[in-house]
Design a protein around this ligand. Structure first.
Ligand code: SF4
Ligand code: SF4
Length: 167
């Protein structure tokens, strides 16, 4: 059995994750973050312990490189339940919409999008997504990424096509 990579001082998910036990909402950086990572690492809440980004996941087929650690590229992939439409979706959580437009982040998003048909690029605060060329982008980012808005029907169809529960 392969061992997951260690987070080290990465705390990228400590902002976008909801941690019920700590009453921490999405988009708020956890107060337990410290310079070396999580200050309660050995006793962190189960929700934190069970989160496995693709970079840590030794079975993830994208074989992310050592220097693809989420805090370094501003991007973390994981699979998430789509509560509105059912199934699951591939999410790319980003810290800044601009960072997904260039370099390694963009290449990874394109690669994942080609493999699965689509990927949701999201900041996690606003759960509205826009589908375009295989990439779903939060409504809030549309201007910054120069994307057009689709109507709700189109959005729903796109999400249905994008459900990847059998992958
Ligand atoms: S994003 Fe991944 S590597 Fe970074 S703290 Fe979260 S689980 Fe660890
Ligand atoms: S408890 Fe630790 S792992 Fe969990 S969100 Fe806070 S800093 Fe991150």
């Amino acid at each position: 059995m392969k061992t997951p990579r260690k987070c080290g001082d990465c705390t990228f998910c400590c902002t976008f994750m909801t941690v019920t036990e700590l009453s921490k909402n999405v988009g708020v950086t956890c107060e337990l973050v410290c310079e070396s990572g999580c200050s309660v690492h050995e006793k962190k809440p189960a929700e934190c312990g069970s989160y496995l980004c693709w970079w840590r996941d030794p079975y993830n087929k994208f074989e992310l490189r050592e220097d693809d650690r989420p805090d370094k590229i501003g991007l973390s992939f994981h699979v998430e339940r789509d509560l509105r439409h059912g199934g699951v979706v591939i999410c790319a959580r980003v810290d800044s919409p601009r960072r997904v437009q260039v370099g390694r982040s963009r290449k990874l998003i394109e690669k994942v999008s080609k493999t699965y048909g689509a990927v949701a690029v999201t900041h996690g605060i606003n759960e509205g997504w826009i589908f375009r060329h295989g990439v779903l982008v939060e409504h809030a980012f549309r201007d910054e990424l120069g994307l057009a808005t689709y109507d709700d029907d189109h959005h729903s169809e796109a999400v249905q096509r994008w459900i990847t529960s059998d992958k």
